[in-house]
Ligand binder design. Sequence first.
Ligand code: NOJ
Length: 762
Amino acid sequence: MNHFLIRLRAGVTALMISSAAFAQSTIVTSNNPGLDARTDALLRQMTLDEKLGQLSQIFWYKGAPDDRIEKGELGSYLFLTDPQEINRVQHVAVEHSRLHIPLLIGFDVIHGFHTIFPVPIAQAASWDLELNRQIQAAAADEASAVGITWAFAPMVDIARDARWGRMVEGAGEDPFLGSKMATARVQGFQGNTLGAPHHVLACAKHFAGYGAAVGGRDYDAVYLSDTELQNVYLPPFHAAVEAGVGCIMSAYMDINDVPASGNRYLLHDVLRGDWHFNGFVVSDAWAVYNLTAHGFASDPSDAALRGITAGVNMDMGSDSYLHNLPKLLEEGKVTEQEIDAAVRPILRTKFELGLFEHPYVDESKVDAALHNPEHSALAREAAVRSAVLLRNEGGQLPLSKHIHSIAVIGPLADAHKEIQGSWSFGGDPKEVVSVLDGIRTKLGPTVEVHYAAGTTLQREDQPSLNPDKLSPGVGSLAGQEPDASINEAVAVAKASDQVVLVLGEKDDMSGEYASRASLALPGKQQLLLEAIAAIGKPVTLVLVNGRPLDITWASTHVPAILEAWFPGTQGGNAIADLLFGDANPGGKLPVSWPRNVGQEPLYYNRNLSQVHEDSPKFASYYWDEPQFPLYRFGFGLSYSSFTFSNLKLSSPTLTSDGIVVSIDVKNTSGTAGEEVVQLYTHQRFGSASRPARELKGFTRISLQPGETKTITLHVAAKDLSFWSPGTRQRATEASTYDVWVGDSSMAVEHAQFDVTTTMVQR
Ligand code: NOJ
């Protein structure tokens, strides 16, 4: 967990930068003059040390003597979750410090606090914005009950490479879906306005480009063209800012050779200048100090200088500002105005949150808040709505409840803690419903439910310095033989009418510091899968994981595959609802699902490459693997079936009001179900090449058996705009546009429209 505390400090370079290299102090805009007046009045009374205290956040487990808080030299704690202790430290800050400034209490509230909801990638697979808002509101309610005032979420990093472990924490590969999710999630955490009761400050992270780590290796450098940065990686951050997010977290890594936490272009020019962000920026843990490790800052003092002048308001973890800014001020390398500009939005946020008026929590209400049955019900609904049905040959699912026996097999079949996913510190594994628990409850005592783990699942980090210990390839079947445990599982399967196999990753296999070179099922799971499939019983594969895995073999040998992601506290109940037809799957993939790890990075919104009339040879191509994913972005099956027809546009030409696209969607089955109607566009020509398809609208609808609904989707002119390397500006360009509407990124219903005049966006 605390690996970031032990990150190595690399060699120090002797790069001297004078403050003259940095223009202007941070811009703070405001639409609330009363708040600004209060903030400025407080700021005027503060000593330098008190100001630097507000710029400092430390880890609770590192501890700080109370007298540091009394002296006003600490603005925030992270990783403190005990309400009693939070009240106690707030008491010290509010009653015993000279200026009575409360602390901000930050925590990674990533997919719930005590009630653990499906991981963010799963929530995105619901394509349900209101659900996403509700989940973060419930998480905020629980977190704020213990005194947490600030969630380090949402993570809005675009992830196009499944090797990157943190794909699990975001909304997937698409900037449009990612932006909509960012907005919904910020609104869920913060409520209608910052300071709304039972809500918390949100923090969009990791600014910017973190998901594009070279090779999918967490913390590795990122190289992004202006085009990718502007059109793919920045839009969800911009959406979060437009939704009023109060905090941005600067990322760890280098982006185009400038560390994100020392990157004045991103933190000042884009965030403050272009987007008028008026909240505050916190660094990721130790990221300011680590500006030395990148070979960017010459020493810790230079790191502090680079951090503050780039636009990082608060240092997380390293106390770099507290220790170094006094001398830098003395030397004239940083000005008091710059320090004030860094402090101002932090103080302002504390006022906005109402912390001065309500610094304490009511400890008697904590238990009820953390065990709210409405949150459990929401967690179950969320896990149902997040699941994606990937295969259902011969309508194997839903399974009948009227069976004699069923085998529930796999290392994750009776897992509790492991199916919560990463960042679940506040959850209680004892409250987690495993898949086995859920199936037992669903079927009751009359059905025999047999269980076998089949194999164990352990993250075994490859000790890179000891080549003798390197395995021939994680997941390779070479040298693997069915062992006693697999044989026992086979016997259990043989003695049952049906088999549900629960395979995938355990919680620590996806997340931060969890990149993988292989996407194979870890350990001996592939062997278990093949041994069970060979028996010839009807097998359903339930996947628990935080990223697409290599299930190419399963995709042709196992008739039913349900992607459950890390489903959280109510996972087992939700999966049982889906398997036995009490709920109908309706989730859709927010990422392209590769056939093979060698296809990564993989994403649907690629530019078209050349077509050769006589041969596919000269198009983008692998000779040993299809170039296309196993399952497309936006794909997901249902127990119902739907047809799309009668695609119409409000006009053949887009006006400044945009265009309205309508389509009839019919449920042609006898089962009520939900469909995600997805709209994609393509700009045929312009000042730069454009992706073959781009998502520009979606809505999740429900249809009764035989019902038809006419669905309308509005495409705004702005939605079609992009930043062009040709003109170096953002515009909706005059061109002809294709539009497709359907049930995935392979939608077939097609129309076209024109934009006659280029509309530049300021
Ligand atoms: C490291 C992670 O990168 C970030 O996402 C998290 O919020 C902070 N540390 C605090 O835990």
